[in-house]
Design a protein around this ligand. Structure first.
Ligand code: ZN
Length: 147
């Protein structure tokens, strides 16, 4: 099997930030989908997030994005990277980091300021509902745009 594009990025040089990971097109319609790499920690140099705060940010982030007045209809996916150094945000359209950065900042401000019960954290709504950590989820910082 061929090495996929995301493994070709030198992770020893990656810094926290908002990056376009890839832009894919539906071969049938030509519709574009942009995958953003929201890198929160420096890979292999800083501690990664624990699974519970990744999980909390996933629940809060997905709820925020799918309810957003401007962006909700363009959101395809939001979820954690397996390495726990950040999140993937997938949106319809061909977009740049600069274009999506205000949304990303708004997203992490929402997470940092969230009070109350984590949405979807009930046994009938989630596969591991007890694995949540809202206080540590609040510590996640919004990645800054890098040139
Ligand atoms: Zn869950």
């Amino acid at each position: 099997m061929e090495r996929i594009a995301s493994f070709s990025v030198d992770h020893l040089l990656l810094e926290p930030g908002v990056y376009v990971s890839r832009i894919d097109r539906d071969p049938a319609t030509g519709a574009a989908v942009t995958t953003f790499d929201l890198r929160l920690t420096t890979p292999n140099k800083e501690p990664v997030m624990n699974t519970a705060e990744c999980h909390t940010i996933e629940h809060l982030g997905a709820t925020f994005l799918r309810n957003h007045a401007e962006w909700s209809s363009r959101i395809v996916y939001f979820g954690p990277m397996g390495c726990r150094t950040g999140f993937y945000l997938v949106v319809f359209g061909e977009l740049t980091s600069e274009k999506v950065l205000p949304l990303v900042r708004e997203l992490f401000e929402f997470v940092a300021g969230f009070e109350g019960d984590v949405p979807g954290a009930a046994p009938e709504e989630c596969g591991n509902y007890l694995d949540q950590n809202p206080p540590h989820g609040k510590l996640a910082r919004a990645p800054l745009s890098r040139p």
